[in-house]
Design a protein. Structure first.
Length: 550
Protein backbone atom coordinates (compact mmCIF):
# COMPACT_ATOMS: atom_id res chain seq x y z
CA UNK A 1 0.00 0.00 0.00
CA UNK A 2 1.53 3.33 -1.14
CA UNK A 3 0.41 6.53 0.66
CA UNK A 4 0.26 9.47 -1.76
CA UNK A 5 -0.33 13.12 -0.80
CA UNK A 6 -1.34 15.67 -3.49
CA UNK A 7 -0.92 19.37 -2.62
CA UNK A 8 -1.89 22.37 -4.77
CA UNK A 9 -3.74 25.62 -4.05
CA UNK A 10 -5.82 25.10 -7.20
CA UNK A 11 -8.69 22.65 -6.41
CA UNK A 12 -9.15 21.85 -10.10
CA UNK A 13 -5.55 20.63 -10.33
CA UNK A 14 -5.93 18.55 -7.14
CA UNK A 15 -9.11 16.89 -8.35
CA UNK A 16 -7.61 16.15 -11.74
CA UNK A 17 -4.50 14.56 -10.30
CA UNK A 18 -6.49 12.53 -7.73
CA UNK A 19 -8.84 11.25 -10.45
CA UNK A 20 -5.88 10.01 -12.50
CA UNK A 21 -4.16 8.46 -9.48
CA UNK A 22 -7.32 6.59 -8.48
CA UNK A 23 -6.61 4.24 -11.40
CA UNK A 24 -3.55 2.90 -9.57
CA UNK A 25 -3.96 -0.18 -7.38
CA UNK A 26 -2.67 -0.50 -3.81
CA UNK A 27 -2.68 3.26 -3.20
CA UNK A 28 -4.18 5.44 -0.48
CA UNK A 29 -4.61 8.98 -1.82
CA UNK A 30 -4.98 12.11 0.31
CA UNK A 31 -4.96 15.74 -0.77
CA UNK A 32 -4.61 19.26 0.64
CA UNK A 33 -5.12 22.74 -0.75
CA UNK A 34 -2.74 24.46 1.64
CA UNK A 35 0.80 23.59 2.79
CA UNK A 36 -0.18 23.90 6.45
CA UNK A 37 -2.90 21.29 5.98
CA UNK A 38 -0.42 19.06 4.14
CA UNK A 39 2.05 19.34 7.04
CA UNK A 40 -0.64 18.18 9.46
CA UNK A 41 -1.43 15.16 7.31
CA UNK A 42 2.26 14.24 7.07
CA UNK A 43 2.65 14.50 10.83
CA UNK A 44 -0.27 12.11 11.38
CA UNK A 45 0.43 9.39 8.82
CA UNK A 46 3.17 8.00 6.58
CA UNK A 47 3.74 9.65 3.20
CA UNK A 48 5.43 7.55 0.49
CA UNK A 49 4.99 9.91 -2.44
CA UNK A 50 4.42 13.69 -2.25
CA UNK A 51 3.10 15.51 -5.35
CA UNK A 52 3.21 19.25 -4.69
CA UNK A 53 3.02 22.56 -6.48
CA UNK A 54 6.18 24.68 -6.25
CA UNK A 55 4.61 28.05 -5.53
CA UNK A 56 1.81 28.28 -2.98
CA UNK A 57 0.69 30.96 -0.51
CA UNK A 58 2.18 30.72 2.97
CA UNK A 59 4.88 28.17 2.20
CA UNK A 60 6.64 27.04 -0.94
CA UNK A 61 6.48 23.49 -2.16
CA UNK A 62 10.22 23.26 -1.59
CA UNK A 63 9.87 24.05 2.12
CA UNK A 64 6.97 21.61 2.40
CA UNK A 65 9.01 18.88 0.74
CA UNK A 66 11.93 19.43 3.12
CA UNK A 67 9.58 19.17 6.10
CA UNK A 68 7.93 15.97 4.82
CA UNK A 69 11.34 14.41 4.07
CA UNK A 70 12.42 15.14 7.65
CA UNK A 71 9.41 13.14 8.86
CA UNK A 72 9.58 10.42 6.18
CA UNK A 73 13.11 10.24 4.74
CA UNK A 74 12.17 7.62 2.11
CA UNK A 75 9.38 9.79 0.67
CA UNK A 76 9.63 10.44 -3.10
CA UNK A 77 8.85 14.07 -4.01
CA UNK A 78 7.42 15.06 -7.41
CA UNK A 79 7.02 18.79 -8.09
CA UNK A 80 4.27 20.32 -10.23
CA UNK A 81 5.09 23.72 -11.66
CA UNK A 82 3.16 26.02 -13.91
CA UNK A 83 6.18 28.29 -14.22
CA UNK A 84 9.30 27.76 -16.27
CA UNK A 85 11.29 28.37 -13.09
CA UNK A 86 14.23 26.09 -13.62
CA UNK A 87 16.19 27.58 -10.72
CA UNK A 88 13.51 26.32 -8.35
CA UNK A 89 13.49 22.89 -9.97
CA UNK A 90 17.28 22.62 -10.06
CA UNK A 91 17.38 23.44 -6.33
CA UNK A 92 14.70 20.81 -5.69
CA UNK A 93 16.54 18.11 -7.62
CA UNK A 94 19.77 18.90 -5.79
CA UNK A 95 17.92 18.43 -2.48
CA UNK A 96 16.48 15.00 -3.14
CA UNK A 97 13.43 15.57 -5.34
CA UNK A 98 12.52 12.46 -7.31
CA UNK A 99 11.31 14.33 -10.45
CA UNK A 100 9.09 17.17 -11.64
CA UNK A 101 6.23 17.80 -14.07
CA UNK A 102 5.23 21.01 -15.85
CA UNK A 103 1.54 21.89 -15.58
CA UNK A 104 -0.59 20.91 -17.33
CA UNK A 105 0.59 17.29 -17.62
CA UNK A 106 -1.13 14.48 -19.47
CA UNK A 107 -2.48 11.34 -17.82
CA UNK A 108 0.08 8.88 -19.21
CA UNK A 109 3.04 11.03 -18.18
CA UNK A 110 1.76 11.37 -14.62
CA UNK A 111 0.92 7.66 -14.26
CA UNK A 112 4.27 6.67 -15.75
CA UNK A 113 6.15 8.87 -13.29
CA UNK A 114 4.12 7.51 -10.36
CA UNK A 115 4.85 3.92 -11.36
CA UNK A 116 8.52 4.80 -11.67
CA UNK A 117 8.48 6.23 -8.12
CA UNK A 118 6.71 3.15 -6.74
CA UNK A 119 9.26 0.89 -8.48
CA UNK A 120 12.03 2.91 -6.87
CA UNK A 121 10.46 2.45 -3.45
CA UNK A 122 10.18 -1.30 -4.03
CA UNK A 123 13.80 -1.45 -5.16
CA UNK A 124 15.01 0.26 -2.00
CA UNK A 125 13.49 -2.47 0.12
CA UNK A 126 14.44 -5.28 -2.24
CA UNK A 127 15.89 -8.54 -1.09
CA UNK A 128 19.43 -7.35 -1.73
CA UNK A 129 18.95 -4.26 0.42
CA UNK A 130 17.42 -6.33 3.19
CA UNK A 131 20.28 -8.83 3.02
CA UNK A 132 22.87 -6.04 3.15
CA UNK A 133 21.26 -4.62 6.26
CA UNK A 134 21.00 -8.10 7.76
CA UNK A 135 24.70 -8.75 7.20
CA UNK A 136 25.54 -5.49 8.93
CA UNK A 137 23.26 -6.37 11.84
CA UNK A 138 24.91 -9.79 12.17
CA UNK A 139 28.31 -8.10 12.15
CA UNK A 140 27.22 -5.67 14.87
CA UNK A 141 25.74 -8.51 16.92
CA UNK A 142 28.73 -10.85 16.46
CA UNK A 143 30.00 -10.70 20.09
CA UNK A 144 26.54 -11.55 21.41
CA UNK A 145 26.04 -14.32 18.83
CA UNK A 146 29.41 -15.85 19.75
CA UNK A 147 28.51 -15.80 23.43
CA UNK A 148 25.11 -17.39 22.78
CA UNK A 149 26.63 -20.15 20.65
CA UNK A 150 29.44 -20.91 23.11
CA UNK A 151 26.93 -21.17 25.95
CA UNK A 152 25.04 -23.77 23.93
CA UNK A 153 28.24 -25.77 23.49
CA UNK A 154 29.00 -25.55 27.21
CA UNK A 155 25.48 -26.75 28.02
CA UNK A 156 25.92 -29.84 25.83
CA UNK A 157 23.50 -28.80 23.08
CA UNK A 158 23.75 -31.55 20.43
CA UNK A 159 22.53 -29.29 17.63
CA UNK A 160 25.19 -26.69 18.43
CA UNK A 161 27.89 -29.39 18.38
CA UNK A 162 26.64 -30.68 15.04
CA UNK A 163 26.92 -27.19 13.53
CA UNK A 164 30.43 -26.59 14.88
CA UNK A 165 32.46 -26.11 11.65
CA UNK A 166 29.79 -23.92 10.05
CA UNK A 167 29.29 -21.74 13.14
CA UNK A 168 33.02 -21.25 13.68
CA UNK A 169 33.33 -20.07 10.08
CA UNK A 170 30.18 -17.93 10.01
CA UNK A 171 30.94 -16.13 13.28
CA UNK A 172 34.65 -15.86 12.45
CA UNK A 173 35.60 -17.62 15.71
CA UNK A 174 39.41 -18.20 15.75
CA UNK A 175 39.21 -21.86 16.82
CA UNK A 176 39.60 -25.10 14.84
CA UNK A 177 36.83 -27.70 14.92
CA UNK A 178 39.30 -30.54 14.33
CA UNK A 179 41.64 -29.75 17.26
CA UNK A 180 41.15 -30.29 21.01
CA UNK A 181 40.87 -27.43 23.49
CA UNK A 182 42.11 -26.22 26.81
CA UNK A 183 39.39 -24.76 29.00
CA UNK A 184 39.81 -22.15 31.76
CA UNK A 185 37.18 -20.93 34.20
CA UNK A 186 37.88 -17.89 36.36
CA UNK A 187 35.94 -16.04 39.01
CA UNK A 188 36.48 -13.03 41.23
CA UNK A 189 36.48 -14.37 44.81
CA UNK A 190 35.35 -11.24 46.64
CA UNK A 191 34.47 -7.64 45.87
CA UNK A 192 35.05 -4.33 47.66
CA UNK A 193 32.06 -3.06 49.59
CA UNK A 194 29.61 -0.65 47.93
CA UNK A 195 30.96 -1.21 44.40
CA UNK A 196 28.45 -0.11 41.74
CA UNK A 197 27.28 -2.82 39.30
CA UNK A 198 28.69 -0.97 36.28
CA UNK A 199 32.10 -0.68 38.00
CA UNK A 200 32.02 -4.38 38.87
CA UNK A 201 31.26 -5.27 35.25
CA UNK A 202 34.12 -3.07 34.07
CA UNK A 203 36.58 -4.76 36.45
CA UNK A 204 35.42 -8.23 35.39
CA UNK A 205 36.18 -7.47 31.76
CA UNK A 206 39.50 -5.91 32.75
CA UNK A 207 40.45 -9.20 34.47
CA UNK A 208 39.40 -11.07 31.33
CA UNK A 209 41.63 -8.82 29.20
CA UNK A 210 44.60 -9.49 31.50
CA UNK A 211 44.15 -13.23 30.95
CA UNK A 212 44.06 -12.76 27.19
CA UNK A 213 47.13 -10.47 27.22
CA UNK A 214 49.22 -13.23 28.82
CA UNK A 215 48.01 -16.04 26.58
CA UNK A 216 47.43 -14.49 23.16
CA UNK A 217 51.07 -14.64 22.00
CA UNK A 218 50.92 -18.46 21.80
CA UNK A 219 47.16 -19.17 21.82
CA UNK A 220 43.91 -18.68 19.97
CA UNK A 221 41.33 -17.51 22.53
CA UNK A 222 37.59 -17.02 22.77
CA UNK A 223 36.17 -15.74 26.06
CA UNK A 224 32.58 -15.51 27.29
CA UNK A 225 30.81 -14.46 30.48
CA UNK A 226 28.65 -17.17 32.04
CA UNK A 227 26.90 -16.04 35.21
CA UNK A 228 29.52 -14.94 37.73
CA UNK A 229 32.36 -16.70 35.93
CA UNK A 230 34.47 -16.09 32.84
CA UNK A 231 35.23 -18.99 30.51
CA UNK A 232 38.15 -19.12 28.08
CA UNK A 233 38.34 -21.64 25.23
CA UNK A 234 41.98 -21.88 24.16
CA UNK A 235 43.91 -23.60 21.38
CA UNK A 236 47.56 -23.42 20.38
CA UNK A 237 48.43 -20.98 17.60
CA UNK A 238 50.45 -23.77 15.98
CA UNK A 239 48.66 -26.80 14.56
CA UNK A 240 51.72 -28.96 15.22
CA UNK A 241 52.33 -28.13 18.89
CA UNK A 242 51.73 -30.94 21.35
CA UNK A 243 48.71 -30.51 23.63
CA UNK A 244 50.76 -31.27 26.74
CA UNK A 245 53.34 -28.56 25.96
CA UNK A 246 50.66 -25.95 25.27
CA UNK A 247 48.89 -26.92 28.49
CA UNK A 248 52.20 -26.48 30.36
CA UNK A 249 52.66 -22.95 28.97
CA UNK A 250 49.19 -21.95 30.14
CA UNK A 251 49.61 -23.51 33.60
CA UNK A 252 52.89 -21.68 34.16
CA UNK A 253 51.21 -18.34 33.36
CA UNK A 254 48.29 -18.66 35.77
CA UNK A 255 50.13 -17.44 38.86
CA UNK A 256 51.42 -14.37 37.01
CA UNK A 257 47.88 -13.67 35.78
CA UNK A 258 46.56 -13.82 39.36
CA UNK A 259 49.29 -11.46 40.53
CA UNK A 260 48.52 -8.93 37.79
CA UNK A 261 44.81 -8.97 38.59
CA UNK A 262 45.64 -8.44 42.28
CA UNK A 263 48.11 -5.60 41.61
CA UNK A 264 46.27 -3.74 38.85
CA UNK A 265 42.65 -4.29 39.89
CA UNK A 266 43.06 -5.10 43.61
CA UNK A 267 40.90 -8.21 43.17
CA UNK A 268 41.45 -11.87 44.18
CA UNK A 269 40.83 -14.26 41.30
CA UNK A 270 40.60 -18.07 41.30
CA UNK A 271 41.18 -20.13 38.17
CA UNK A 272 40.44 -23.72 37.17
CA UNK A 273 42.42 -25.25 34.30
CA UNK A 274 41.09 -28.24 32.36
CA UNK A 275 42.94 -31.36 31.34
CA UNK A 276 45.41 -30.90 28.43
CA UNK A 277 43.26 -31.95 25.45
CA UNK A 278 39.49 -31.58 25.77
CA UNK A 279 37.53 -32.88 22.79
CA UNK A 280 34.66 -30.71 21.56
CA UNK A 281 32.11 -33.41 22.37
CA UNK A 282 33.46 -33.63 25.96
CA UNK A 283 33.41 -29.85 26.46
CA UNK A 284 30.12 -29.70 28.39
CA UNK A 285 31.10 -32.47 30.79
CA UNK A 286 34.53 -30.93 31.46
CA UNK A 287 32.98 -27.50 32.03
CA UNK A 288 30.44 -28.80 34.58
CA UNK A 289 33.20 -30.59 36.48
CA UNK A 290 35.32 -27.42 36.53
CA UNK A 291 32.42 -25.36 37.87
CA UNK A 292 31.92 -27.85 40.73
CA UNK A 293 35.60 -27.64 41.67
CA UNK A 294 35.62 -23.86 41.44
CA UNK A 295 32.61 -23.59 43.72
CA UNK A 296 34.13 -25.99 46.26
CA UNK A 297 37.52 -24.28 46.16
CA UNK A 298 36.16 -20.78 46.68
CA UNK A 299 34.49 -22.01 49.84
CA UNK A 300 37.92 -22.87 51.24
CA UNK A 301 40.22 -20.06 50.17
CA UNK A 302 40.85 -17.20 47.76
CA UNK A 303 43.11 -17.10 44.69
CA UNK A 304 43.24 -20.86 44.23
CA UNK A 305 44.52 -22.55 41.07
CA UNK A 306 43.14 -25.99 40.22
CA UNK A 307 44.75 -27.78 37.29
CA UNK A 308 43.65 -31.00 35.55
CA UNK A 309 39.98 -31.55 36.21
CA UNK A 310 39.52 -35.22 35.33
CA UNK A 311 39.28 -36.43 38.94
CA UNK A 312 37.29 -39.54 39.82
CA UNK A 313 35.94 -38.24 43.13
CA UNK A 314 33.90 -35.52 41.37
CA UNK A 315 32.83 -37.51 38.32
CA UNK A 316 29.81 -39.35 39.72
CA UNK A 317 28.35 -36.25 41.36
CA UNK A 318 29.00 -34.20 38.27
CA UNK A 319 27.19 -36.71 36.08
CA UNK A 320 24.23 -36.73 38.45
CA UNK A 321 24.20 -32.91 38.48
CA UNK A 322 24.17 -33.11 34.70
CA UNK A 323 21.01 -35.21 34.75
CA UNK A 324 19.18 -32.56 36.77
CA UNK A 325 20.50 -29.83 34.45
CA UNK A 326 19.19 -31.78 31.45
CA UNK A 327 15.71 -31.99 32.98
CA UNK A 328 15.68 -28.26 33.78
CA UNK A 329 16.88 -27.26 30.29
CA UNK A 330 14.44 -29.57 28.52
CA UNK A 331 11.44 -28.43 30.58
CA UNK A 332 12.37 -24.84 29.73
CA UNK A 333 12.38 -25.78 26.04
CA UNK A 334 8.95 -27.40 26.41
CA UNK A 335 7.49 -24.24 27.94
CA UNK A 336 8.93 -22.13 25.12
CA UNK A 337 7.40 -24.47 22.55
CA UNK A 338 4.01 -24.07 24.22
CA UNK A 339 4.38 -20.28 24.19
CA UNK A 340 5.34 -20.26 20.51
CA UNK A 341 2.70 -22.85 19.51
CA UNK A 342 5.19 -25.43 18.17
CA UNK A 343 2.84 -28.41 18.50
CA UNK A 344 4.95 -31.03 16.72
CA UNK A 345 8.23 -29.90 18.29
CA UNK A 346 6.63 -30.08 21.76
CA UNK A 347 5.67 -33.73 21.18
CA UNK A 348 9.16 -34.63 19.94
CA UNK A 349 10.91 -32.88 22.84
CA UNK A 350 8.66 -34.49 25.45
CA UNK A 351 9.08 -37.95 23.90
CA UNK A 352 12.87 -37.52 23.79
CA UNK A 353 12.88 -36.53 27.49
CA UNK A 354 10.99 -39.71 28.45
CA UNK A 355 13.20 -41.85 26.21
CA UNK A 356 16.22 -40.42 28.05
CA UNK A 357 14.47 -41.18 31.34
CA UNK A 358 14.16 -44.83 30.39
CA UNK A 359 17.65 -45.38 29.00
CA UNK A 360 20.08 -43.43 31.19
CA UNK A 361 21.76 -45.59 33.82
CA UNK A 362 21.84 -42.75 36.33
CA UNK A 363 18.07 -42.28 36.62
CA UNK A 364 16.63 -43.60 39.85
CA UNK A 365 13.40 -42.88 41.67
CA UNK A 366 14.47 -39.41 42.81
CA UNK A 367 15.37 -38.31 39.27
CA UNK A 368 12.12 -39.73 37.88
CA UNK A 369 10.22 -37.81 40.55
CA UNK A 370 12.19 -34.67 39.61
CA UNK A 371 11.19 -35.13 35.96
CA UNK A 372 7.51 -35.63 36.86
CA UNK A 373 7.44 -32.65 39.23
CA UNK A 374 9.21 -30.34 36.76
CA UNK A 375 6.97 -31.13 33.79
CA UNK A 376 3.77 -30.99 35.88
CA UNK A 377 4.75 -27.67 37.48
CA UNK A 378 5.56 -26.19 34.08
CA UNK A 379 2.18 -27.24 32.62
CA UNK A 380 0.26 -25.93 35.64
CA UNK A 381 2.18 -22.65 35.57
CA UNK A 382 1.47 -22.22 31.87
CA UNK A 383 -2.25 -22.85 32.33
CA UNK A 384 -2.48 -20.46 35.28
CA UNK A 385 -0.63 -17.72 33.43
CA UNK A 386 -2.98 -18.03 30.44
CA UNK A 387 -6.06 -18.54 32.68
CA UNK A 388 -6.73 -21.89 31.00
CA UNK A 389 -6.87 -24.26 33.98
CA UNK A 390 -10.62 -23.97 34.59
CA UNK A 391 -11.58 -24.37 30.92
CA UNK A 392 -9.15 -27.22 30.29
CA UNK A 393 -10.29 -28.92 33.51
CA UNK A 394 -13.83 -29.12 32.17
CA UNK A 395 -12.76 -31.66 29.54
CA UNK A 396 -9.48 -33.01 30.91
CA UNK A 397 -8.62 -34.63 34.26
CA UNK A 398 -5.92 -32.45 35.86
CA UNK A 399 -5.58 -34.03 39.32
CA UNK A 400 -3.08 -36.56 37.93
CA UNK A 401 -0.63 -33.67 37.49
CA UNK A 402 -0.08 -33.75 41.24
CA UNK A 403 0.05 -37.54 41.74
CA UNK A 404 3.02 -39.47 40.37
CA UNK A 405 1.54 -42.81 41.37
CA UNK A 406 -1.71 -42.11 39.48
CA UNK A 407 0.10 -43.42 36.36
CA UNK A 408 0.73 -47.17 36.11
CA UNK A 409 3.69 -47.01 33.76
CA UNK A 410 6.25 -44.55 32.41
CA UNK A 411 4.52 -44.82 29.01
CA UNK A 412 1.14 -43.98 30.57
CA UNK A 413 2.62 -40.79 32.06
CA UNK A 414 4.06 -39.77 28.68
CA UNK A 415 0.71 -40.39 27.00
CA UNK A 416 -1.03 -38.28 29.67
CA UNK A 417 1.35 -35.35 29.09
CA UNK A 418 1.04 -35.61 25.30
CA UNK A 419 -2.78 -35.58 25.47
CA UNK A 420 -2.73 -32.60 27.82
CA UNK A 421 -0.35 -30.82 25.46
CA UNK A 422 -2.71 -31.41 22.54
CA UNK A 423 -5.61 -30.03 24.60
CA UNK A 424 -3.59 -26.90 25.44
CA UNK A 425 -2.60 -26.28 21.83
CA UNK A 426 -6.24 -26.68 20.73
CA UNK A 427 -7.40 -24.21 23.38
CA UNK A 428 -4.72 -21.70 22.41
CA UNK A 429 -5.85 -21.85 18.78
CA UNK A 430 -9.48 -21.33 19.85
CA UNK A 431 -8.45 -18.27 21.84
CA UNK A 432 -6.58 -16.83 18.86
CA UNK A 433 -9.62 -17.41 16.62
CA UNK A 434 -11.92 -15.75 19.18
CA UNK A 435 -9.58 -12.76 19.41
CA UNK A 436 -9.57 -12.38 15.62
CA UNK A 437 -13.38 -12.48 15.52
CA UNK A 438 -13.55 -9.79 18.22
CA UNK A 439 -11.21 -7.58 16.21
CA UNK A 440 -13.23 -8.05 13.01
CA UNK A 441 -16.53 -7.38 14.81
CA UNK A 442 -15.07 -4.24 16.39
CA UNK A 443 -14.13 -2.53 13.17
CA UNK A 444 -17.26 -3.84 11.38
CA UNK A 445 -19.26 -1.84 13.93
CA UNK A 446 -16.95 1.13 13.49
CA UNK A 447 -17.40 1.10 9.68
CA UNK A 448 -21.18 0.98 9.95
CA UNK A 449 -21.26 3.84 12.49
CA UNK A 450 -18.68 6.02 10.70
CA UNK A 451 -19.42 5.56 7.04
CA UNK A 452 -18.84 9.27 6.41
CA UNK A 453 -15.41 9.24 8.10
CA UNK A 454 -11.94 8.22 6.94
CA UNK A 455 -12.21 4.46 6.41
CA UNK A 456 -8.77 3.96 4.96
CA UNK A 457 -6.92 0.82 6.00
CA UNK A 458 -4.34 2.75 8.09
CA UNK A 459 -7.15 4.50 10.00
CA UNK A 460 -8.97 1.22 10.73
CA UNK A 461 -5.68 -0.38 11.78
CA UNK A 462 -5.11 2.40 14.32
CA UNK A 463 -8.45 1.61 15.95
CA UNK A 464 -7.43 -1.96 16.79
CA UNK A 465 -3.70 -1.17 17.19
CA UNK A 466 -2.54 -3.49 14.40
CA UNK A 467 -0.55 -2.98 11.22
CA UNK A 468 -2.69 -2.38 8.09
CA UNK A 469 -1.31 -5.48 6.35
CA UNK A 470 -2.00 -7.74 9.34
CA UNK A 471 -5.51 -6.29 9.80
CA UNK A 472 -6.35 -6.88 6.14
CA UNK A 473 -5.09 -10.46 6.37
CA UNK A 474 -7.07 -11.20 9.57
CA UNK A 475 -10.27 -9.80 8.06
CA UNK A 476 -9.96 -11.85 4.88
CA UNK A 477 -9.18 -15.00 6.87
CA UNK A 478 -12.16 -14.58 9.25
CA UNK A 479 -14.77 -13.28 6.78
CA UNK A 480 -13.62 -14.96 3.57
CA UNK A 481 -13.55 -11.75 1.53
CA UNK A 482 -11.38 -8.58 1.50
CA UNK A 483 -12.04 -5.69 3.85
CA UNK A 484 -12.09 -3.26 0.90
CA UNK A 485 -14.94 -5.24 -0.68
CA UNK A 486 -16.96 -5.05 2.54
CA UNK A 487 -16.54 -1.26 2.80
CA UNK A 488 -17.33 -0.76 -0.90
CA UNK A 489 -20.47 -2.94 -0.71
CA UNK A 490 -21.64 -1.12 2.42
CA UNK A 491 -21.11 2.30 0.83
CA UNK A 492 -22.88 1.31 -2.39
CA UNK A 493 -25.78 -0.29 -0.53
CA UNK A 494 -26.22 2.78 1.68
CA UNK A 495 -26.01 5.11 -1.30
CA UNK A 496 -28.67 3.12 -3.20
CA UNK A 497 -31.01 3.19 -0.23
CA UNK A 498 -30.59 6.95 0.28
CA UNK A 499 -30.94 7.77 -3.43
CA UNK A 500 -34.07 5.66 -3.76
CA UNK A 501 -35.91 6.45 -0.55
CA UNK A 502 -35.07 10.07 0.26
CA UNK A 503 -35.30 13.35 -1.55
CA UNK A 504 -31.56 13.98 -1.35
CA UNK A 505 -29.09 15.33 -3.86
CA UNK A 506 -26.46 12.93 -5.09
CA UNK A 507 -23.65 15.11 -3.69
CA UNK A 508 -25.24 14.99 -0.21
CA UNK A 509 -25.48 11.21 -0.42
CA UNK A 510 -21.83 11.10 -1.43
CA UNK A 511 -20.79 13.12 1.62
CA UNK A 512 -22.82 10.85 3.90
CA UNK A 513 -20.75 7.87 2.80
CA UNK A 514 -17.39 9.64 2.91
CA UNK A 515 -16.91 11.24 -0.55
CA UNK A 516 -16.04 14.94 -0.66
CA UNK A 517 -15.25 14.84 -4.38
CA UNK A 518 -18.49 14.41 -6.37
CA UNK A 519 -16.73 13.21 -9.52
CA UNK A 520 -14.90 10.52 -7.55
CA UNK A 521 -18.20 9.45 -5.93
CA UNK A 522 -19.83 9.27 -9.35
CA UNK A 523 -17.11 7.05 -10.78
CA UNK A 524 -17.13 4.85 -7.66
CA UNK A 525 -20.93 4.41 -7.78
CA UNK A 526 -21.03 3.69 -11.51
CA UNK A 527 -18.26 1.11 -11.16
CA UNK A 528 -20.26 -0.84 -8.55
CA UNK A 529 -23.86 -0.08 -9.56
CA UNK A 530 -23.54 0.07 -13.34
CA UNK A 531 -25.01 3.60 -13.58
CA UNK A 532 -24.41 7.09 -12.24
CA UNK A 533 -26.07 8.24 -8.98
CA UNK A 534 -28.41 10.47 -10.99
CA UNK A 535 -29.41 7.65 -13.33
CA UNK A 536 -30.03 5.36 -10.39
CA UNK A 537 -32.19 7.99 -8.65
CA UNK A 538 -34.31 8.53 -11.77
CA UNK A 539 -34.70 4.79 -12.32
CA UNK A 540 -35.80 4.30 -8.72
CA UNK A 541 -38.39 7.10 -9.00
CA UNK A 542 -39.81 5.72 -12.23
CA UNK A 543 -40.18 2.26 -10.72
CA UNK A 544 -37.75 0.69 -13.19
CA UNK A 545 -35.67 -0.73 -10.29
CA UNK A 546 -36.65 -3.37 -7.80
CA UNK A 547 -35.32 -1.76 -4.62
CA UNK A 548 -34.36 -4.22 -1.92
CA UNK A 549 -33.47 -3.14 1.60
CA UNK A 550 -29.69 -3.19 2.27
Amino acid sequence: MHHILVVDDEPLIVRGVCNILSELEQTHIRYAYYPREARRIAEESRIDILITDVRMPGMSGLDLALHVRELWPRCKVIFLSGHADFEYLQFALRHGAFDYLMKPSDRETLLGLLRKAMDCIAEEISEQAVMDRTRQQVKDARPLLIEMYMRKLLSGDADALGELPEQLAMLDIPLRSGSPLVLLVGRIDSWPMHLAPKDRLLLEYAACNIMEEYLQSFSRIVSIKDGKSFVWLVQSVSDDEESARHHLYIREMLEKIQQSVRQLLRLPMSIVLSSPAVAWDALAYEYRAMCVLLQQGIGLDEEIIISGVAKQETADQDKLDGEYDYIEDTVGKLRLQLETREREAFGRTLSALFEWGQKTMFVGYSVQLELFSSVSAMLLGFMNKRKLAQKVGQSFELTSLSSYHAHDTWGDLLDYYLRLGETLFDRIEEERTDQKREIVDKFDRYVVENLDKDLSLPRLADIVHLSPHYLSRIYHRVKGYPLADYIADLKVGTAKRLLASKDMKAQDVGRMIGFEDMSYFGRFFKKHAGMTPGEYKEAAKSGRLAISPE
